[in-house]
Design a protein around this ligand. Structure first.
Ligand code: AP5
Length: 218
């Protein structure tokens, strides 16, 4: 599981890890945004919280996660990105996967200072078609506003507006950061520096996962 504040690079690193290990990335934010786009009842309810930068109620998120984890491709393992987001969600997850005889192998917290987070989030652009991610300065597309991979249109997430980002950082500090202590106590936590290029962060992440990635690929 990748843990960290908004903009820490969880999604970027989870995708790299997914491609390297061949196991799915399960991102609660992506699942929620898909529900919002499809205008499902859950998506409509969730969007009012997401637009304000607040956490979506646990019952909605847990339902999405339970459905996703139950899919065939997650049997070989999965990378959690953005879930759990509170000690309560972590306890619910442990019960959910524990019932299948599974437990989290590792939690990696990605640490990035607030001023860098704001820079990263304000420059983020996402492809409306394939969800590929770019940054206007750090990882720009070849043609501005157009996805290199599929030609889709790039958009800025609504919750990336400055005021909403500030609220998301506050929610992280109050509700999600306590997970560092929670997983530290359980003994499966590593912390890495999230500053530097995505390649540099990837190397630190692989170092923190050493043994685990090889074991999964064997
Ligand atoms: P979610 O989608 O999970 O957003 P988040 O946690 O706020 O994280 P982000 O997606 O903003 O950042 P990231 O760490 O993935 O960084 P990224 O790789 O994109 O959640 C959105 C909302 O959904 C929440 O506010 C909440 O309402 C709801 N929600 C989600 N999960 C929930 C849950 N479990 N319970 C309740 N509610 C929930 O990188 C950011 C940018 O930086 C990109 O442009 C990228 O290209 C760039 N970048 C990445 N790495 C680097 C680097 N090393 N150097 C320079 N730039 C970089």
């Amino acid at each position: 599981m990748l843990l960290g504040p908004p903009g820490a690079g969880k999604g970027t690193q989870a995708r790299i890890l997914r491609d390297r290990c061949g196991i799915p990335q399960i991102a609660s934010g992506d699942l929620l945004r898909a529900a919002v786009m499809e205008k499902t009842a859950l998506g409509v309810e969730a969007s009012s919280y997401m637009d304000r930068g607040q956490l979506v109620p646990d019952d909605l998120v847990l339902r999405l996660i339970a459905e996703r984890i139950a899919r065939e491709d997650a049997r070989v393992g999965f990378i959690l990105d953005g879930f759990p987001r509170s000690v309560k969600q972590a306890e619910a997850l442990a019960l959910m996967i524990g019932a299948q005889g599974v437990a989290l192998d590792k939690v990696v917290a990605v640490n990035v200072p607030d001023e860098e987070l704001v820079k990263r989030i304000s420059g983020r652009r996402t492809c409306a078609k394939c969800q590929a991610m770019y940054h206007v300065v750090f990882e720009p597309p070849r043609v501005a506003g157009v996805c290199d991979k599929c030609g889709g249109e790039l958009y800025q997430r609504e919750d990336d507006a400055e005021e909403t980002v500030r609220e998301r950082l506050k929610v992280y500090a109050e509700t999600t950061r306590p997970l560092i202590e929670h997983y530290g106590r359980i003994g499966i936590l590593s912390q890495i520096d999230g500053l530097g290029t995505p390649d540099e962060v990837e190397r630190r992440l692989l170092g923190a996962l050493d043994g685990l990635v090889r074991a999964k690929r064997a």
